[in-house]
Write a protein that binds this ligand. Structure first.
Ligand SMILES: [Zn+2]
Length: 303
């Protein structure tokens, strides 16, 4: 059997460590990453950045209990290379893209820092819950070394949950990308959503779990031959109990089907649709996520 068939790829796997009041999730992205990155000819630094953001999207999004809920990560920045980074996750489907200034990137160091990429930047993390139509958003500054650090800050500041996140990214000689991520959280008062009045970051059980989690190598996370269960086992095999929860398969998903675009456009009055259309009577709708253009015929008034 060819070895690649054994690869553990394009899924997330959750787990809990009950005695430590910790929960975690591991994600690994392969073909789904190649598909999303292939929509644009990104330079290496932008490719690695979007891979990190997509991995975060999978790690955080897979925690949504509402199956129709959506997680969105979006940056706002000024004075750096990146104009806009957007990633979203819904029911295992991921998509994302980056708009950047090619001249600014050419002038930046070969391996640019987060500050070089974003200048003064912020990361907005938004949860849209379908079941209740509620929206939660937290915004944190991009003042650390990585996007993952900004996400850790979000959980601590907005949700009072101590969080550790590690992300690894690799590209093999055939040009295939693999990214992996680990997320660990401490929930000493359970997961019932109660307000936490105080957070003790130096809680011994969290210190223990975070110390183990921080030994996870980025190369292990991005090695598709290492099953996700093996990574959890390597970290936590001395714990009295680790419960592995269900996994979620990941796929590239976009909502830019011709039907969806036609239904969005149909909400505009016909006169406005005509103004948007070209000489052929088609509105050309560009999906920034997958870099495709969809021509949609102007809806003519029924009578
Ligand atoms: Zn699309």
């Amino acid at each position: 059997m060819h070895s690649t068939t054994n690869n553990d790829i394009d899924r997330t796997l959750g787990f809990t460590i009950p005695d430590r009041h910790a929960r975690g999730r591991i994600a690994r992205l392969g073909p789904v990453l190649d598909t999303i990155l292939a929509a644009h000819a990104y330079p290496p630094a932008i490719e690695a950045l979007l891979a990190e953001a997509l991995t975060l999207g999978a790690l955080i999004g897979a925690a949504l209990k509402d199956p129709g809920g959506q997680l969105t990560l979006q940056t706002q920045s000024d004075g750096g290379v990146v104009r806009l980074l957007v990633v979203d996750y819904k029911g295992g489907e991921l998509r994302g893209y980056v708009q950047y200034d090619a001249d600014a990137l050419a002038a930046a160091p070969r391996d640019p820092t987060l500050f070089a990429l974003f200048g003064t930047g912020y990361l907005a993390i938004t949860f849209d819950l379908q079941a209740t139509s509620e929206r939660y958003q937290g915004i944190v500054p991009l003042d650390g070394d990585t996007l993952a650090q900004a996400a850790e800050s979000y959980f601590l500041q907005s949700e009072q949950i101590p969080t550790l996140i590690r992300v690894g990214f690799a590209k093999d000689e055939d040009g295939h990308c693999v990214a992996g991520g680990l997320l660990l959280q401490h929930l000493p008062e359970g997961e019932d959503g109660r307000e936490r009045l105080h957070v003790k970051l130096d809680h011994p059980e969290w210190e223990h779990v975070a110390a183990l989690g921080s030994t996870m190598g980025s190369d292990e996370l991005a090695d598709p031959k290492l099953p996700l269960e093996t990574l959890i086992w390597r970290l936590f095999n001395e714990e009295s109990e680790v419960r592995v929860l269900g996994g979620t398969p990941l796929s590239r998903g976009c909502r830019c089907t011709p039907d969806h675009i036609a239904s969005v456009l149909s909400k505009f009055p016909v006169e406005e649709q005509r103004e948007m259309a070209d000489a052929d009577g088609f509105i050309r709708v560009d999906c920034a996520f997958c870099a495709q253009v969809f021509p949609v015929a102007v809806r003519e008034a029924a009578g």
